[in-house]
Design a protein around this ligand. Structure first.
Ligand SMILES: [Zn+2]
Length: 375
């Protein structure tokens, strides 16, 4: 193998190592598939009990957006590290539940994707953006009276399901990312198509200096465009902005993935149901699974005043959203599965069918089976 081929191989490996993302237990990845439809993934086999890595489309015009289930329960009296709603959770993954009253909380902060209360680990948020905004919210709630907390939390829940705000945010993201995506495509073409082809045709030494000049020039343009777009989309995340810009300037293949760095966290504030609605406007198995989980939550034995208040308020906000935008999906999610004519009951959460007429689902703890009508 020639030195040119080895160099090209190293660049490809560096680039491909950036074409993956981590899907945590409270994350849902929305991405454009090979036929230009929005698809979703909420788990990956390549990982551990906390989540897994998932390969993104290596072509620079791909799009990917991450959404997050609320990792904690919030109420006017306190916070809990457990939350009921997560349609991807099974009874076997039973997270721990730590509940604190506001009088017990001196300070809440974020440490990367982790939420820390009084300096101790409290919950994993799967997202640094999410961890920071939740830490700010809890600190704000801690300085309020109980009545004001109720108002603030209701306003917060409704803001995560505000379809106009989400659509506006997504339009802004597209406007900011489009120029970065264009230059990323130019760099991708130069590095992985034009440079190898010209090298084979007229020689590596002949094209070396002009190619380096073009690659450095385009990388600088991407880095500047990324910096500006990031400042517009994430004004508070200056540390991440500087570190990513520096990485791009030092390693041009990283700059090709700049659009992902801008889009992945861009909708982190909004509920996954709303993100799915804004991206595809279509019903599908994802929306129906979310609705079935909402109507039939697991009973994992962590129910207390905080988690119950959170579930009830969150559910009210989601039901308002569904009534306004997705009434047909609610109807469809409440329908029984296609009947196999042998089973005598089914689980309303996961739609598994059972041969006995009553009881509880073996996969969804605490969810009572529904008997099927006699045929
Ligand atoms: Zn079930």
């Amino acid at each position: 193998m020639s030195e040119t081929q080895i160099l090209f191989g190293i660049l490809v490996l560096i680039y491909l190592s950036d074409c993956v993302t981590w899907i945590g237990n409270s994350s849902v990845l929305f991405y454009v598939d090979l036929v230009s439809h929005w698809a979703h993934r909420s788990s990956s086999p390549l990982g551990n009990q906390k989540g897994g890595i998932f390969p993104l489309n290596p072509l620079p015009w791909s799009q990917a957006v991450m959404a997050y289930w609320t990792p904690i329960s919030l109420s006017p009296v306190g916070i809990s590290s457990f939350t009921e709603q997560n349609p991807d959770r099974s009874s076997s993954s039973n997270p721990t539940c730590l509940t604190l009253h506001y009088s017990d909380i001196a300070k809440t902060s974020s440490d990367g994707k982790k939420l820390r209360v009084n300096g101790q680990h409290f919950a994993n948020c799967d997202s640094a953006t999410r961890a920071t905004s939740l830490a700010d919210l809890i600190n704000r709630l801690g300085s309020m009276q109980e009545e004001d907390r109720t108002r603030e939390l209701r306003r917060y829940y409704r803001s995560t399901l505000d379809s106009s705000a989400a659509a506006e945010r997504f339009d802004l993201v597209q406007r900011c990312v489009d120029p970065v995506r264009f230059y990323a495509f130019v760099l991708f073409f130069m590095l992985f198509v034009a440079a190898p082809a010209l090298s084979a045709a007229i020689g590596f030494v002949t094209i070396l200096l002009p190619t380096i000049a073009i690659i450095v020039g385009v990388t600088v343009v991407i880095s500047i465009s990324f910096f500006r777009a990031h400042k517009e989309l994430y004004p508070a995340n200056s540390t991440e902005r500087f570190s990513n810009t520096l990485k791009m300037l030092l390693c041009p293949p990283v700059a090709i993935r700049a659009p992902d760095l801008l889009t992945l966290e861009s909708m982190a504030h909004f509920h996954p149901l709303l993100v799915s609605f804004v991206l595809s406007r279509k019903s599908g198995t994802f929306m129906e699974a979310v609705i079935r989980d909402l109507l039939n939550p697991l009973k994992l034995g962590h129910e207390n005043l905080v988690t119950e208040w959170h579930l009830s308020e969150n559910r009210t906000a989601i039901e308002e959203f569904l009534t306004r935008h997705l009434p047909e999906e609610v109807q469809r999610a409440s329908m029984p599965p296609s009947w196999d004519r042998i089973s005598k009951s089914y689980c309303p959460r996961c739609l598994t069918q059972f041969s006995h007429p009553s009881g509880h689902c073996s996969d969804c703890r605490g969810v009572a089976l529904i008997s099927t009508p006699p045929s």
